[in-house]
Ligand binder design. Structure first.
Ligand SMILES: Cc1cc2nc3c(=O)[nH]c(=O)nc-3n(C[C@H](O)[C@H](O)[C@H](O)COP(=O)(O)OP(=O)(O)OC[C@H]3O[C@@H](n4cnc5c(N)ncnc54)[C@H](O)[C@@H]3O)c2cc1C
Ligand code: FES
Length: 328
């Protein structure tokens, strides 16, 4: 397999990258802390600029690059493989920041969702909607991304909603072994899925634990005394994944501008009176062109929701999303 030299600017770091390797993967393999998030084309945190040379840009989540960014040679580096020697403008985190946290709360929110509370050893700066990378206890080279479910608070306490994934390294530790007081390492907060400062009403679409960053965004929104209309669509496939319904109903009763729709497509849930499917419920209440949209959940749901909103005439600048893709 042919290898090419890829020089990162302005650091001047040179990588040797195979043609079947993405830049981010090669950098991490060579011990370079290139700035990145999901590692699989879902978050946009590894955006860089091709300054010279040719590469193959493999598919990534739609809307991560605007047409203007594409025209100015921006690239998604975790999905960019070199075809010649290249020069690339990319952020290298000089000394990755880590926080030591301590498990301070473990609460089952539903059959398959656990709330994890972590107290940090020092202030943990983040914006509502962002996520942290948490080291899998006992396997410190394995990291998993989790969105903060709460807005920043003075007590340095973070809340997460974590769904149990069968065979999952982090989630099985959390459900089966985690203890109060146990130490856990966190990386600095990442992500651009945060509330936009404008006057548009909000359309929030959350699937499963995609509800977590949406709850953080809403907490931040209400704390600032905002009164804009909010339509919140929360959906799960299986009854056992439903959680926080009382919390959401309570929120809606305190904030009349919040309209809540919960969907569950589980046929076993015969007495369900709400909608069965998430996106058809959104479509039926649309179109939403004047709204600012916040989407969070599985990559499949996000792609389908983006298609729906674009077909409803929503400009892509008004669509913000966070895709909970499995770790690369
Ligand atoms: C930006 C971002 C934010 C995220 N925020 C959250 C959050 O707030 N809450 C949350 O619960 N998750 C969140 N995730 C997903 C999370 O990072 C992990 O991928 C997930 O918890 C599985 O980790 P694990 O170690 O338990 O399983 P792993 O050890 O990574 O996986 C075990 C097996 O399950 C498969 N698998 C992993 N995830 C899934 C899945 N979703 N569906 C089906 N199969 C799967 C894997 O391919 C593998 O075969 C987020 C992901 C990203 C990228
Ligand atoms: S790290 Fe490349 S898109 Fe997330």
């Amino acid at each position: 397999m042919q290898t090419h030299e890829v020089r990162l600017e302005p650091s001047g770091i040179c990588l040797q990258v195979r043609e079947d390797q993405a830049i981010v993967e090669a950098a991490l393999e060579q011990g370079i802390a290139i700035h990145h998030g999901c590692g699989n084309g879902s978050c946009g945190d590894c955006k860089g600029t091709i300054l010279a040379g040719d590469g193959e840009q493999l598919p990534f989540m739609p809307l991560l690059l605007t047409p203007e960014e594409r025209a100015s040679n921006k690239a998604i580096l975790c999905k960019l493989q070199p075809r010649t020697a290249m020069r690339i403008a990319a952020t290298v985190d000089e000394s990755p920041a880590y926080w030591q946290g301590r498990v301070s709360g473990l609460h089952l929110l539903g059959e398959t969702v656990m709330e994890l509370r972590v107290d940090c050893d020092r202030p943990y700066p983040y914006r509502a909607g962002q996520y942290a990378r948490l080291a899998v206890p006992g396997a410190p080279s394995l990291w998993r991304s989790y969105s903060m479910a709460s807005a920043p608070r003075e007590d340095h306490r973070l809340h997460f909603h974590i769904r149990k994934v069968p065979g999952g390294k982090f989630s099985e530790w959390l459900f089966d072994q985690a203890q109060i007081g146990e130490e856990i390492m966190l990386s600095a907060a990442q992500g651009e899925f945060t509330r936009q400062e404008n006057d548009r009403p909000l359309l929030c679409i959350a699937a499963g634990t995609g509800l977590a960053p949406i709850e953080a965004i809403l907490e931040d929104h209400f704390r600032r005394g905002e009164r804009r209309p909010i339509a919140l669509y929360f959906g799960v496939r299986q009854q056992r994944d439903l959680y926080h319904l009382e919390f959401l109903e309570d929120l809606a009763s305190k904030h009349p501008e919040l309209r809540l729709s919960v969907s569950c497509s589980d046929p076993a849930l015969s007495e369900w009176s709400g909608p069965r499917r998430l996106l058809p419920a959104v479509a039926a209440a649309g179109p939403w062109p004047g709204h600012e949209a916040y989407l969070c959940g599985s990559p499949g749901m996000i792609e389908a929701a983006i298609d729906l909103l674009l077909s409803h005439g929503m400009p892509h600048e008004q669509i913000h999303f966070d895709s909970f893709s499995p770790s690369a």
